[in-house]
Design a protein around this ligand. Structure first.
Ligand SMILES: O=C(O)[C@@H](O)C(=O)CO
Ligand SMILES: [Mg+2]
Length: 267
């Protein structure tokens, strides 16, 4: 069974951000991820992580003005300076907190705009170099068009094309099973095919984005596949608990029980 990281942007929301670290540890998690730490000094976040005895799995680069609708800046040619400033800030936070991975969000832009494609490729290269210099991995994540209709990166194969085109050892795919299932389905075969390029995995039920194992997918089989492809990283529990976070953790204990399933192979 994979190692799981609690996503503190969605889970343990019954308390303020800095108190979620201890709550995740108390609930049995060994690692955490979240969208953005930037509302708090990096040293304070690092301290909350260490005090709770947790490892950091991943967080995102600054997204621009989230409240105003920004969802990242990488594909926005006219926000270049802000993107680079955010990259510096993210690397600085990553070094202090000690995350092995940063996620570069693409932003809202037409997927076929030549200017946005050029900006995205250029910014991806800059981010790849800056994170590699700092010893931190970089991931990009396709996001489904129901949750983010205007998002630039909404196709898994297109994300792989950007990764292959850049050909930079530091850039890999953030495979969010929830987005994959909504956008394309065929989750298990995609995990198998994309395995060498996967840098991080996340999970939630489809379509509710609630607790894993409560949606349309056989998540236990997905976890078996994640093990089978040799994935060694964390699986981020990026779901919105249907009720109180701790009361919804039964799925985790259930999937950690011995597995008798077999790995499917299509004819
Ligand atoms: O899937 C998601 O929504 C996140 O992983 C993210 O980074 C952007 O919201
Ligand atoms: Mg995700």
């Amino acid at each position: 069974m994979p190692k799981f990281a609690a996503n503190l942007s969605m889970m343990f929301n019954e308390r303020p951000f800095l108190e979620r670290f201890q709550a995740a540890s108390d609930a049995g998690f060994g690692a955490v991820e979240y969208l953005f730490p930037y509302d708090h000094p990096a040293e304070i976040v690092a301290d909350a992580l260490a005090t709770a005895g947790l490892k950091q799995a991943l967080f995102n680069m600054p997204p621009g003005d989230w409240a105003a609708g920004d969802r990242g800046l990488a594909s926005l040619p006219d926000r270049r300076a802000e993107f680079l400033k955010g990259l510096d800030l993210a690397v600085s936070y990553a070094k202090t907190i000690g995350t092995p991975l940063l996620h570069m969000m693409a932003g809202n832009a037409a997927w076929d705009s030549p200017a946005s494609i050029a900006a995205y490729k250029d910014n991806l290269r800059r981010a790849a170099d800056a994170t590699a210099d700092a010893g931190i991995g970089l991931v990009i994540e396709p996001i489904n068009t129901r949750d983010m209709p205007a998002y630039f990166l909404n196709d898994f194969d297109r994300a792989l094309e950007f990764i292959d085109d850049l050909d930079h050892a530091n850039v890999r795919l953030q495979f969010d099973v929830y987005h994959r299932q909504i956008l394309h389905g065929d989750v298990i075969m995609a995990l198998r095919r994309m395995a060498p390029k996967i840098g991080h995995i996340q999970i939630a039920a489809v379509p509710t984005r609630n607790e894993p194992t409560t949606g349309e997918l056989n998540d236990r089989l997905v976890f078996t596949e994640i093990d089978a492809i040799g994935y060694q990283g964390y699986v981020g529990c990026e779901y919105r608990p249907a009720g109180v976070t701790e009361e919804g953790l039964g799925w985790l204990k259930a999937v950690q029980a011995p597995d008798t399933g077999t790995r499917p192979t299509p004819e």
